[in-house]
Design a protein around this ligand. Structure first.
Ligand SMILES: Nc1ncnc2c1ncn2[C@@H]1O[C@H](COP(=O)(O)OP(=O)(O)OP(=O)(O)O)[C@@H](O)[C@H]1O
Length: 830
């Protein structure tokens, strides 16, 4: 640092003199040229000016765009408020419309003729929009009134257009039940499932739900369950089953009710679904397990009631009536006259069970329609399950199916009688005509209002979407109002609920829900249980859950996952009473290749299960799930239940992990380059191997002919062993651990255990020392040196003793022969 200035100072005179010289060059022309250069550089000045101007523009632009953004945001807020308001109005109008139409409505659908059906049947009916006139005699026709009649030429779309408003009301928070009722073979399954080219109510309804949910500004959690009621037992059609766990062993689920009147099926699998495709796959799986059989009336007759439940939970919909609503879509078992079907044995019992529960359903609906003080829900499992969805606050739709065939006239009369009963025509006929007319007008008005409001909602949604797009254009990708929804909204006013109060295992659930898509986070059941009125501070949600009074896996159906791309339960086809039916609905081409019906082997033909290659691979993927023994599959189920809701893919992944770990526990992993023998040799014997009991060793000893009783015998045995097994007596004295320290030695030992046991090392050593056994040829260096030392010590002692004795003898001799000459002593010493 100091060196540099010193040098500068020393150079200063030179610098000064050079500057003096430079002065000569400072001519006016030079100055001018330099000025030119500076002028040439002048663009920097105007550039700076431009930049300043630009900055000013940017700030102006920013202010402008901020203002625009602000404007858009304001518009969005107002549009959202408007949308909410109109949605409420629409819901109210729709509800009034449905109320006016009747919360329990009955439609009639007539199946087209089959080829084999007689032509004479063709004028059995005459129909109009809401009446069926049945020819009961040559000149007599009986009228049956319905809310809507669908003739033979009606399409699936026609039927669905009438059903749709009811399904939509499930999104508004109402419980909905849609039944397909009718005699065997009258087209119930066709209406509910449909055909691949003609989808029925179930697929259309689900599609509508998803479409509506995606359009509205609420977020929904959908869970899907599928069960059947077979001979009075509730069976989960989505519960995992293994080969060993045949349908006979499938436990019948029980029904629980809560103090608020909510009904849940214990341990029922409820799968969260995000899309139509997921539901479709689950439906396919469930359908394969459905109890069907070939009967005289229908080759694939449903022998049970098949119930599909979709639970809809909305987390932020204040305008909804309830947080969680249920949509039931039920394909009832075919009603049949047992006299006609000539059913015997099991089929007879099934028929009876179906008829009984249908009768109980009729009683319940009749009691509801006529507003009887007592509604006999308890008379059948079917009505018990549907208790909270069949009542004044729910919407019920009965799709009654009749056969056009004259041969089925009696059944048709029975069916129409049932329909009349549940529709409560008696009440309607009591209405004065003016009232009826007013009602009609009101219905038309309300219908129009609902349509107008729906259009208005659509307009507003479109506007919102456009505004969001412009906003995105201005400010980059923005979270939409829809995607803004999160469980964080739980902290908002409408969802300040104490999740912990009734939720079992809430910790697991929170963990599981944290992995979920935003709108799936809370469970359907927890929403149902917690009740939205139950407002408590958010902090309470972190409290440990209050232990439920009922057993943990029960009370409310939990939303759990099953592998939706798994279809492992075809194995059921071989079980005695397992019955699987291919879904006629066939939402995807692959389903066509699915299972066909299998039935009680003794009574019904078992059709082959055929899978397409595509399906086979998916089966292979998850076969382990099928093959789990009962206990394991239960374990899995319990684990699943503990998890609460999980994502389908996560769940599937979990299953795969489970599978892998199970196999790992059974498999010996292959270590590269190490043979199995080496693994055994190199391993230290386990305590169990070492801790052989005395009895064991004795037995082994006896078996080997090595009973270690007398030392002589023992030595002989050792000799024998040595010749047989090439081990030495010294080796036998070493502790077991040392035995295994040398691989070569261990390899040679076949009967090491008998030799070790029951013999103290010391006595063994003594015996060996006394024996005439050849000295061991020790391989071990340490052993050899030890022996050498041992030998050396003996010799030393011997010589010492000899020396002492010799000296003693000399002294004695010296004392006695004191008079001996000096030369004598000297010679002795030497
Ligand atoms: N509206 C319809 N259009 C065309 N085919 C129909 C219609 N209704 C029923 N079918 C046909 O009639 C047959 C019997 O129908 P389906 O299996 O739906 O009867 P079901 O009432 O469900 O019988 P079950 O109670 O025994 O299960 C099927 O082959 C079905 O395709």
């Amino acid at each position: 640092m100091d060196v540099q200035p010193a040098r500068t100072m020393r150079n200063l005179p030179d610098t000064l003199s050079s500057l003096m010289g430079f002065n000569k060059h400072l001519t006016p022309s030079w100055i001018e040229s330099v000025s030119h250069i500076i002028d040439g550089l002048s663009p920097t000045k105007p550039q700076m000016k431009v930049m300043v101007e630009k900055d000013e523009n940017i700030s102006d632009d920013n202010t402008e765009s901020e203002a625009k953004v602000q404007k858009i945001q304001d518009e969005l807020v107002s549009l959202n408020a408007q949308l909410k308001q109109i949605t409420l109005q629409r819901r109210e109008a729709l509800n009034n419309y449905l109320d006016l139409k009747g919360n329990i409505r009955v439609f009639c659908r007539i199946r087209p003729f089959h080829h084999e059906e007689s032509y004479s049947s063709r004028n059995l009916f005459t129909l109009d929009e809401s009446n069926v006139f049945l020819k009961v005699a040559e000149t007599k026709r009986k009228q049956y009134k319905f809310d809507k009649v669908f003739d033979q030429f009606s399409t699936q779309g026609d039927v669905f257009s009438e059903v749709e408003p009811v399904i939509k009301s499930a999104l508004d928070g109402y419980n909905v039940c849609i039944f397909a009722y009718g005699q065997t073979g009258s087209g119930k399954t066709y209406t509910m499932e449909g055909k691949p080219t003609n989808l029925g109510v179930i697929p259309r309804g689900i599609q509508t739900l998803f479409n509506q949910a995606s359009e509205c500004n609420n977020r929904f959690l959908f869970t899907f369950s599928m069960l059947e009621i077979y001979m009075g037992n509730i069976r989960d059609l989505l519960a995992p089953r293994s080969k060993t766990n045949g349908i006979k062993n499938v436990p019948s689920l029980s029904i629980k009710s809560d103090p608020d009147g909510g009904i849940e099926i214990e341990d029922l699998v409820a799968v969260t679904v995000n899309s139509f495709q997921e539901v479709k796959r689950l439906y396919e799986m469930g359908t394969r397990l459905r109890s069907t059989a070939s009967t005289m009336a229908n080759s694939t007759s449903s022998r049970s009631h098949c119930l599909i439940r979709i639970s809809l939970t909305s987390l932020n919909a204040t305008e909804r009536r309830k947080a969680t609503s249920k949509l039931w879509m039920i394909d009832l078992g075919g009603s049949e006259r047992l006299v006609k079907t000539k059913a015997t044995g099991k089929r007879l019992k099934e028929g009876k069970a179906i008829n009984l529960s249908l009768s109980a359903l009729g009683d319940v609906i009749d009691a509801l329609q006529t507003k009887k003080p007592h509604v006999p829900y308890r008379n059948s499992k079917l009505t018990q399950v549907l208790r909270d969805s069949l009542g004044c606050e729910s919407k019920t739709l009965m799709l009654v199916h009749i056969s056009p065939d004259e041969g089925d006239l009696c059944e048709t009369i029975c069916t129409l009688g049932f329909a009349t009963r549940v529709r409560s025509i008696r009440l309607e006929s009591e209405e004065p005509p003016e009232m009826k007319a007013r009602k009609e007008t009101l219905l038309i008005d309300l219908g129009q209002k609902v349509n107008d409001l729906e259009h208005e909602c659509e307009d507003i949604r479109r506007k919102i979407k456009n505004l969001e797009e412009s906003m995105e254009h201005l400010t980059g990708p923005q979270p939409t109002i829809y995607s803004n929804f999160d469980m964080s909204h739980l902290s908002s006013e409408e969802l300040k609920t104490d999740v912990s109060s009734n939720v079992r295992n809430s910790k697991n659930r929170r963990e599981a829900s944290s992995r979920l898509p935003r709108f799936m986070k809370p469970t359907a059941s927890s929403q149902h249980r917690i009740g939205l009125n139950n407002r408590t501070p958010i902090i309470n949600r972190l409290k440990p859950p209050v232990p439920p009074r009922r057993r943990p896996s029960s009370v409310y159906a939990e939303s759990v996952m099953v592998p939706v791309n798994a279809a492992p339960w075809q194995s059921e086809c071989s079980s005695e009473c397992s019955m699987s039916l291919t879904s006629d609905m066939n939402w995807t081409p692959s389903i066509r290749d699915g299972t066909e019906c299998s039935q009680d082997a003794s009574e019904y033909e078992i059709k082959q299960v055929i899978f397409s290659e595509h399906e086979k691979s998916s089966h292979d993927q998850v076969t382990c799930y099928t093959d789990y023994p009962l206990a394991e599959s239960r374990d899995i189920q319990i684990k699943i239940e503990e998890k609460g809701i999980v994502d389908i893919d996560n769940w599937l992944h979990q299953q795969i992990v489970e599978k892998t770990s199970t196999f790992r526990s059974k498999m010996v992993l292959d270590i590269p380059g190490v043979t199995e023998a080496e693994i055994h040799v190199s391993s230290i014997p386990s305590p169990t191997t070492m801790a052989c009991t005395k009895e064991d060793s004795q037995v082994k000893d006896e078996v080997m002919g090595l009973t270690l009783q007398s030392s002589t015998d023992y030595v002989e045995d050792i000799k024998q062993s040595k010749t047989d097994n090439q081990f030495t007596a010294k080796e036998l004295c070493t502790p077991p651990f040392k035995e295994f320290s040398s691989n070569n030695e261990v390899k040679g030992h076949k009967n090491e255990h008998p030799v070790y046991h029951g013999r103290p090392r010391r006595s063994l050593q003594e015996e060996l020392e006394n024996c005439t056994l050849e000295k061991p040829n020790m391989d071990s260096k340490s052993h050899r040196s030890h022996d050498d030392k041992h030998k050396t010590g003996k010799f030393t002692k011997f010589f010492q003793a000899l020396q002492t004795a010799w000296i003693g003898a000399l002294l004695a001799l010296g004392t006695v022969s004191i008079g001996l000459e000096h030369g004598f002593f000297q010679s002795l010493t030497l």
